[in-house]
Design a protein around this ligand. Structure first.
Ligand SMILES: Nc1ncnc2c1ncn2[C@@H]1O[C@H](COP(=O)(O)OP(=O)(O)OP(=O)(O)O)[C@@H](O)[C@H]1O
Ligand SMILES: [Mg+2]
Length: 287
């Protein structure tokens, strides 16, 4: 293996504030590990993922990286049972949340979705609904009942966790659509948190945002990882290096199904990748 070129990597790993922010903090009790075992996925008869296994540690941030079309979003959707919404979609393998298979037929779909929340690329608050109602929207969908004071406390704590409280506390009844893009994304994070998920999946959550909003979301993620396990898809290598503890590099070469070429501790993957394809990708030589 040629590792001579890996030294040209920009100093992204040393820019990591994930380490600094969490240094010395033990993971909170109740944090859940997510484990994918031998995941194979199809759309119709086209196989798009082939026996992908990955452990996403409790209370950590795992980054999924790789070129367009290699199956990162498909893998993420499999992690909270959204893949099955596509009529032609099929799946083999297991997803274990703290050792329990979320696809077990005796388990309810709603429980998997509540435990494993999702934030999308494009912020998607309900634009006409107030900020407060946006945060509470998930409760209605999952049929959770709460008193007015419980709701107030929940709105405040979720907005604090999502790093948005100070900016909106005086206008909770204003429409969610009136916020900036970065604020809307944090509102969506707050909405996801309201149902108390154990895992938060984020599919390119900053790709539609400016650098300042991106930075705020990254800092929010690092804080949130004390409460929930986070899995983020990103095309931004600096972002992966800044926020994630572990990383998985997906690749689907020449029309073959996506596989994980390499995974492990983020710093090691960026500074000493074991596979030449990983080195080429993290150095921006393709993809
Ligand atoms: N609903 C769908 N129906 C059919 N094929 C799909 C569907 N969604 C994704 N695919 C195919 O599955 C493969 C993986 O797509 P996926 O969106 O998971 O890639 P990705 O790694 O997230 O890409 P990007 O970085 O561009 O978001 C692609 O070949 C894509 O065309
Ligand atoms: Mg995608």
């Amino acid at each position: 293996m040629d590792t001579s070129q890996t030294t040209t990597m920009p100093a992204v790993a040393s820019d990591s504030f994930a380490d600094t922010a969490r240094a010395g903090l033990p993971p909170r009790a109740g944090l859940a590990e997510l484990q994918a075992r031998e995941i194979t996925a199809w759309f119709g008869d086209r196989k798009v993922l082939d026996r992908v296994s990955l452990t996403m540690p409790a209370g950590g941030i795992t980054a999924l990286i790789g070129p367009s079309g290699c199956g990162k979003s498909t893998f993420l959707r499999i992690l909270n049972r959204m893949h099955e919404l596509v009529p032609s979609a099929q799946l083999a393998g297991e997803v274990l949340l703290d050792g329990e298979d979320i696809y077990d037929p005796s388990r309810r779909l709603i429980d998997a979705r509540r435990a494993i929340g999702m934030v999308f690329q494009k912020p998607n608050p309900f634009p006409a609904m107030s900020i407060r109602e946006n945060v509470l929207a998930g409760l209605r969908l999952t049929g959770t009942k709460a008193s007015r004071s419980d709701k107030d406390a929940l709105v405040e704590s979720c907005l604090i966790s999502a790093g948005l409280w100070n900016e909106v506390k005086d206008r909770l009844d204003a429409p969610g659509g009136g916020l900036s893009g970065g604020q809307q994304q944090r509102l969506c994070i707050a909405r996801s948190l309201a149902v108390k998920p154990r895992v938060l999946l984020m599919d390119e959550p900053c790709s539609a945002l400016d650098p300042t909003s991106t930075r705020v979301i990254e800092e929010t993620m690092v804080e949130l990882a004390r409460e929930v396990t986070i899995v983020i898809v990103t095309h931004n290598m600096q972002q992966a290096a800044r926020v994630s503890d572990t990383c998985a590099f997906f690749l689907a070469s020449h029309g073959t199904p996506g596989v994980i070429v390499e995974h492990g501790e983020t710093r090691a993957m960026f500074e000493h990748p074991q596979d030449q394809r990983t080195a080429d990708y993290v150095h921006g030589r393709f993809g």
